[in-house]
Every structure is written in structure tokens, then in C-alpha cells.
Design a protein around this ligand. Structure first.
Ligand SMILES: Cc1ncc(C[n+]2csc(CCOP(=O)(O)OP(=O)(O)O)c2C)c(N)n1
Ligand SMILES: [Mg+2]
Length: 394
């Protein structure tokens, strides 16, 4: 038996990590444009590259549709920025920004058909936009005034799910159900790199594979699960996990809206054709904080974000539109005005919403009263009352 020295063990354990300005970050290999693992149709420079397998899924796309994808991403980013500001101004309890993930969400969202069904996490504002959910409904949920948000069946867009990974099971069950009904639609479940470690996700992979369920698992690998890097979730690229369950997995450039559209269309068509589940790993980056309650400067280096800024999902489409003369100054100016108007609309809508009822959380926990809930309500009332003097003094 060899005895490993403490120093050797320490150095082995810390392999792959480096310290940057007092923060420990994990060294990561970022796939490049030429990486064969990564499906990419539009480079960060805005150059259209050929792809023998996936080109056909976007071959018929018109300049008008391209401008539409760009518009979706710009408006979603604008709405998201407005929501972050509204939280900072005390109008929302919390906000989970999608900054940086616009292409993954708009590309996949626009690939869905009206009769498909979507199971989101809490960050899918771009997908909600594609499904026609009014942004003010999302804001009402984060303000705590509309009991979870919207009617899921109006847009085939489930309620936001905070319990990490659980919606993949809901999606799988739903997909198994519509298959039994003989429907030719498909289901798509969104989840994150962190969620991929959850038992629920593993179970949904097993069930969907065994029952050949018409479901697409769309994993946005945004490199972080709050402060945990993807390296802490997996030893293999996430898309390769699918192989062990017996269905295909594909890694797509999550900052490339065209590639996300093409790959998701392919996966949804497989599902509709009875070929079972697919795992799509959209390789992207969370440009902002996990939520407005988080401070990423505590655990990740600024240089990492800067490197991803060069791969901005919106900028590359703008470059492509300009280089191919598919959009002129007038288009960009009009869109800017439309963004302003959207910002104003959501701001005014949120300010017109009532304040949340702080005691509503204790209602409807049980059909009848419950001693523990009564105790908690009383504790909370006492806590609230402890601020009375402060408020009265001002
Ligand atoms: C079952 C469960 N465990 C823990 C949490 C706390 N939590 C909220 S978000 C999050 C990280 C999720 O990371 P990821 O799946 O990568 O999604 P992202 O937030 O990056 O979009 C955790 C652990 C939770 N909401 N549910
Ligand atoms: Mg994540």
C-alpha cells in the first residue's frame, strides 16, 4: 500500500482550481466554435456556419423571422432588466434574471408548437414570452400577489417551479399521458445544470426512456447553480448523461439562437414521431446574479463574465442581420422605441398592483385550522409588530 503524503493529497484535491484575487474559481474548459461537440450555426462574430445535420431545420427561415428572433431577445432582455430594477426599488420580493440566456430560451421557445406543453423552472421568462404569457403575470408572482402566476392551460405553459428538478417528473408524466391519448404534440421540460444532480431528474430520464415518452429535456447549462460550478455536478459533459439512459443527448451553443431553434425543432419532431425523449444541453452562461438575493462577486471571477460577454447572444444576431443587409437603422430604432414602451408598461403595471398580504401565506395550508400554523402566524405577527415603533418614528 502506498501512503500518499498530505501535500500530495492536497494538491491532487485542488487540481483544476485556481485562486483569483482572493476568490477560488474552478478552471474550466470552454468549448470553442470549432469544437465538434457543440452545435453552432452562428458564430459570436455573426458568421453563419454550415451544419450538415441541423441546417435543414432553419433552412426556410425568412429575414422577417430572423428579425423576429432578434426582437424577441431584445424585448426579453429589456423586460428582465426592468424587473431587476423593480426589485431593487422594493416593488418585487425577488427576481431571477435570465441575462445571457436569451438565445437558449427564445430559440427553444420558438421551436415549440402551440399544442406542445412547456414545464419551466423559475427563470424561463424568454420561453414565457414565446408562449404569449403576459410579462406582468410573471412580475405579479415575484411580487407575491397572484398565487403563482397564470392559468397554465391558457398557453400550455406550466407555473414556475422552484423545487429544483421536480418539473421534469411532471413533464414526463404529462408526456406519458398525452402519448396514451394519442396526441401528436410534444412536451418540453426546462432545468439547470444544478438540477441535473437531482434524483427527480434521474427518475424522469429513466421513466421517459422506458415508456418512450414524447418529452424534450432542455438543460440550460449556465455554468452555475447559485455558487456551485458545473464541475461540482458532473464528471462528463451533461449531454452525455442521456447515453446511459438510452436516448440521444446533444450539446448546442446556448448563445446561438439559430442553433437552439434547429436542435430543439429536431428533438420535438423526434418526440412527435414516437421516437422518445432527447436531452438538449444548451451551453450558456448566467451573466447576472443567481437572483437579486445573490452576490456572485463573492464566488466567481470578473474575467469569466467578460469572456462570455464576447459571446453575447443578441450581439451576434445583430452582426449577422447587419452583414446580410436583413435589417436597417430604422428597424433597430423602432425596436429601441418598442423596448422603452415595454419597460414603461411593465413598470406602470407593477406599481398599480396591490401590496402583498403578508399573512396570506398562512391561509389554505390546511382546509381547517392547525395548531402549528396558528403558532407560526402569531410569531410572524409579533415580528411584524416589532417594526411598529420604527415606522411610527418616521
Ligand atoms: C429541491 C431543491 N433544493 C434546493 C433548492 C435551492 N435552490 C434554488 S435554485 C438552486 C440552484 C439551481 O441551479 P441550476 O439547476 O443550475 O439552475 P439555475 O438557477 O442556474 O438556472 C438551488 C440549489 C431548491 N429550490 N429546491
Ligand atoms: Mg445553473
Amino acid at each position: 500500500m502506498t501512503v500518499e503524503s498530505t501535500a500530495a493529497r492536497k494538491s491532487r484535491r485542488s487540481a483544476g482550481t485556481k485562486s483569483t484575487a482572493g476568490k477560488t474559481t474552478t478552471a474550466r474548459k470552454t468549448p470553442s466554435s470549432t469544437d465538434p461537440e457543440l452545435v453552432q450555426l452562428l458564430t459570436p462574430e455573426g458568421k453563419r456556419v454550415k451544419n450538415a445535420e441541423y441546417d435543414k431545420y432553419v433552412a426556410g427561415i425568412t429575414p422577417d423571422e430572423l428579425r423576429g428572433l432578434y426582437r424577441d431577445m431584445v424585448l426579453t432582455r429589456r423586460f428582465d432588466a426592468e424587473a431587476t430594477s423593480l426589485q431593487r426599488q422594493g416593488e418585487l420580493g425577488l427576481w431571477a434574471s435570465l441575462l445571457g440566456q436569451e438565445a437558449a430560451q427564445i430559440g427553444s421557445g420558438r421551436a415549440t408548437r402551440e399544442d406542445d406543453y412547456v414545464f419551466p423552472t423559475y427563470r424561463e421568462h424568454g420561453v414565457a414570452w414565446c408562449r404569449g404569457v403576459d410579462p406582468t403575470n410573471l412580475l405579479g408572482m415575484f411580487r407575491g400577489v397572484n398565487n403563482g402566476g397564470w392559468d397554465p392551460n391558457s398557453n400550455n405553459f406550466q407555473l414556475y417551479t422552484i423545487v429544483i428538478g421536480s418539473q421534469t417528473l411532471h413533464a414526463t408524466g404529462y408526456a406519458m399521458g398525452i402519448a396514451k391519448d394519442g396526441a401528436d404534440s410534444a412536451v418540453i421540460a426546462y432545468f439547470g445544470d444544478g438540477a441535473s444532480s437531482q434524483g427527480d431528474v434521474a427518475e424522469s430520464f429513466t421513466f421517459s426512456a422506458v415508456y418512450n415518452a414524447p418529452v424534450v429535456f432542455f438543460c440550460q447549462n449556465n455554468q452555475w447553480a447559485i455558487s456551485e460550478p458545473t464541475e461540482k455536478q458532473t464528471r462528463v459533459p451533461l449531454y452525455q448523461r442521456a447515453q446511459g439512459y438510452g436516448f440521444p443527448g446533444v450539446r448546442v451553443d446556448g448563445n446561438d439562437v439559430l442553433a437552439c431553434l434547429a436542435v430543439t425543432k429536431w428533438a420535438l419532431e423526434r418526440a412527435r414521431a414516437g421516437e422518445g425523449p432527447t436531452l438538449v444541453e444548451a451551453y450558456t452562461y448566467r451573466m447576472g446574479a443567481h437572483t437579486t438575493s445573490d452576490d456572485p462577486t463573492k464566488y466567481r471571477a470578473d474575467e469569466e463574465r467578460e469572456a462570455w460577454e464576447a459571446k453575447d447572444p443578441i450581439l451576434r444576431v445583430r452582426r449577422y442581420l447587419e452583414a446580410s443587409n436583413h435589417a436597417d437603422e430604422g428597424f433597430f430604432a423602432e425596436l429601441e422605441a418598442e423596448s422603452e414602451a415595454l419597460g414603461k408598461r411593465v413598470r406602470e403595471a407593477v406599481r398599480a398592483m396591490p401590496d402583498p398580504d403578508h399573512f396570506a401565506i398562512f391561509e389554505n395550508v390546511y382546509a381547517d385550522g392547525h395548531a402549528l400554523v396558528d403558532e407560526e402566524r402569531a410569531q410572524f405577527a409579533a415580528y411584524q409588530a416589532s417594526f411598529a415603533d420604527v415606522e411610527g418614528g418616521h
